[in-house]
Every structure is written in structure tokens, then in C-alpha cells.
Design a protein around this ligand. Structure first.
Ligand code: PLP
Length: 372
């Protein structure tokens, strides 16, 4: 007999309601399915929300990163410092430019890049830093802005997991020269697939819009090598509806996280997520660490929760520089012990807005029982 009483709690679930459905139907009926007015309105509303001058919508977060680096003019031989503890797209965007990713270690408490470790990696070839606001917690943007200014480096924010997150009262995505977002269905807001490049810089914005649409300045007049990275009106219509409820959804995530932390903080062998007091954490993921003091291993804990119908995930099981692709390219020789520790000890628990109070209590009680 299954011990989960028919319960199934997924690790992520998009919040789609009638307004998203109605918006899609409206676009379908209009006959204007590809890039058009919906996309332009979404860009305008998203830029306003983040507090930046420009936004360029694209097909997904990965091509948003590619577009951002191309718009900055990153080229072969340039070095870009980034984190080994992220989704692989962050570093792959550097490889797309034939530039060289340089990995600096993270702070184990926040899981974000450690500014001091980044400084150690700067060379005359360093052109940029890509910070990731991992799991919805902003990186230390005060420190990174200073480093970028002191060393004349581009600062790029990968905010794919941090829509609405703030540092010292200012939205992430508004600190760097350029920032990107993803609207994949597991993220804090979705368009199915989708991405956004945001910036205050007129020139970067102009370039990004050329790159995403075949370098086309006006109809069939192409001024540089571009691509088809466009977002559809269908996706943009979903995004506009999602943006209107983003703050509410983030509040639910935050309240779920607070309840989880209150419920599990006394369990031996578990470290609940840390919140930087300067930050507004939007809990894209709720990530605990399972230490050696726990009565069972991280992987066994995941298995036992799964048996109870509680889905978990490991974000991420391998540091990027240790991935076979990076080893093959000879890019695996970086010392990042904190990132290694994180990959071995992290476990993401459900925190999404569709959780009920019973779900949250069930997760807490299951952890207490399994680890007692
Ligand atoms: C999701 C994600 C991306 C890529 O976004 P896609 O829309 O899936 O291409 C990039 N960076 C980070 C940190 C992400 O979490």
C-alpha cells in the first residue's frame, strides 16, 4: 500500500487562470499570432515593472543571454566570470560567443557568487561578470556594481529565477548594463517559453532588437547578422496576464517559505534557506541543505519524500565546470569547493503558489518523521 494516501505534490506548477486563457483566445481570434502589438505592450509593461528604459522580448531565457552578450560585443578570447552553481544556460551563453567562462566560487549561505572570489579571477582579458540571482535571492549587487565600475567590466544579471526580487529596495534586472529573464513554466511567471532582455542603455536595446529579428532595421533591410529569436503575440498575451499577478504570486511563495522554515528549522541536519536582510527573496526554489548531521543522506531523504508523494529536485547536481561538456573543453580546472559542497547537499522542496496549507504541513511533518 502506498504511504502517500493518494497525495501528489509537484515541485513546480504554473498558475494559469481564466485571464491567461482569455488573453490567448483574444490573440488567436485576432489572427495576429507572431511578433506584434501584444509583444510591444508586454515589453513596455515589463520594463516599467522592473524600472528600466527598455525591454526586448525573445523566444526563451537562453537566447536572451545570447542576445545580451552579442549586444555587448563579447567576442572570441574575452573572459567572463560567472558562477558554477546555476542552470547550464548561464555559462553556455559565454561559449556561444567563443569567449572563455571563468568560474568563481559561491557563498554557501546564499548560493550566489562570492564577490571576493570574483575579484581574484579578474585578468586583463576579463570583459564581464554574469551574476545569477539564484533561486530568487538577489546576488550582492552593491558589491558587484563596485567591482564592475572599479575594473571597467560589463555587469550582466541572469535574473531568470528572480522576477520581482529586490536588493536594497531596487528590482533585480535594473542594476547591470543588461539583464535577462526567462518565462519557462517553472519560473515565477511564464509565457510557455519566453525570455526578456532589459537595459537602460539605448544602444544595447537597439542592438538586442536587431539581433532577435535578423538584424532587420526596416522591412527587408538587414544591417547586421541576426537571428529569429522572436516571441509570439500568443506568449506575450500570457506574459501580460502573468505580470499583473506576479507580486501576488511572489507573496504566496514567500509566505509558503516562511511556514516551511518555521516548521523545519529545528530538525537536526537540515539548514533552511538563508535570506539576506538587504534582499527581497522571491523563492523561485526553496532549497535546504542536508548536512552530515542528518540521520539519512540527501538522496535517501529525497527518495523517502518521493514515496510520500512529495516531489523534490536537486538544483543542481553537478557544478557547471564539472559537466562533461566543460571537461571536454578543458574548462574543469577551477577550485570551487563551496559549489561542490552545495551540489552534494542541496534539496529543493515544493514552494510554488498552488500549495495548500495542508500540503505545507504534510511536507513539514514528513520531514520531521523521516529525520527524527
Ligand atoms: C531557466 C534559466 C535559464 C534559461 O532560460 P530558458 O527560458 O529555459 O532558456 C537561464 N539561466 C537560469 C539561471 C535559469 O534558471
Amino acid at each position: 500500500m502506498s504511504r502517500n494516501n493518494g497525495r501528489y505534490i509537484p515541485i513546480a506548477r504554473p498558475s494559469i487562470e481564466d485571464d491567461e486563457i482569455d488573453a490567448v483566445i483574444r490573440v488567436l481570434k485576432s489572427g495576429m499570432l507572431a511578433h506584434g502589438e501584444e509583444v510591444e505592450l508586454f515589453e513596455k509593461e515589463f520594463a516599467e515593472y522592473i524600472g528600466v528604459k527598455h525591454a526586448a522580448a525573445v523566444a526563451n531565457g537562453t537566447v536572451a543571454l545570447d542576445t545580451a552578450l552579442k549586444a555587448l560585443g563579447i567576442k572570441e578570447g574575452d573572459e567572463i566570470i560567472t558562477t558554477p552553481f546555476s542552470f547550464i544556460a548561464t555559462a553556455n551563453a559565454i561559449l556561444y560567443q567563443k569567449a572563455r567562462p571563468v568560474f568563481a566560487d559561491i557563498d554557501l549561505k546564499t548560493f550566489n557568487l562570492d564577490p571576493d572570489k570574483v575579484i581574484e579571477k579578474i585578468t586583463p582579458r576579463t570583459k564581464a561578470i554574469i551574476v545569477v540571482h539564484l533561486f530568487g535571492q538577489p546576488a550582492d549587487m552593491k558589491a558587484f556594481k563596485e567591482i564592475a565600475e572599479d575594473h571597467r567590466l560589463f555587469l550582466i544579471e541572469d535574473a531568470a529565477q528572480a522576477h520581482g526580487s529586490e536588493f536594497l529596495g531596487k528590482k533585480v534586472g535594473s542594476f547591470g548594463n543588461v539583464a535577462i529573464f526567462s518565462f519557462y513554466p517553472t519560473k515565477n511567471m511564464t509565457t510557455g517559453e519566453g525570455g526578456m532582455v532589459v537595459t537602460d542603455d539605448n544602444n544595447i536595446a537597439r542592438k538586442a532588437k536587431l539581433i532577435r529579428n535578423h538584424g532587420q532595421e526596416r522591412k527587408y533591410y538587414h544591417v547586421e547578422l541576426g537571428y529569429n529569436y522572436r516571441m509570439t503575440n500568443i506568449a506575450a498575451a500570457i506574459g501580460r496576464a502573468q505580470l499583473r499577478k506576479l507580486d501576488k504570486l511572489n507573496e504566496i511563495r514567500h509566505s509558503n517559505a516562511r511556514k516551511l522554515t518555521e516548521g523545519i528549522k529545528k530538525i537536526k541536519g537540515i539548514i533552511p534557506p538563508y535570506e539576506d536582510p538587504r534582499a527581497k527573496h522571491v523563492y523561485h526554489q526553496y532549497v535546504i541543505r542536508v548536512t552530515e548531521e542528518a540521520s539519512i543522506s540527501r538522496d535517501d531523504l529525497a527518495k523517502r519524500l518521493n514515496e510520500r508523494g512529495i516531489m523534490t529536485a536537486i538544483h543542481y547536481p553537478i557544478p557547471i565546470h564539472k559537466q562533461p561538456l566543460y571537461a571536454k573543453l578543458g574548462l574543469d580546472k577551477f577550485e570551487c569547493p563551496n559549489a561542490e559542497t552545495a551540489t552534494k547537499s542541496v534539496l529543493s522542496l515544493p514552494v510554488h503558489p498552488a500549495l495548500s496549507s495542508e500540503d505545507i504541513n504534510y511536507i513539514i511533518n514528513s520531514l520531521r518523521e523521516i529525520l527524527s
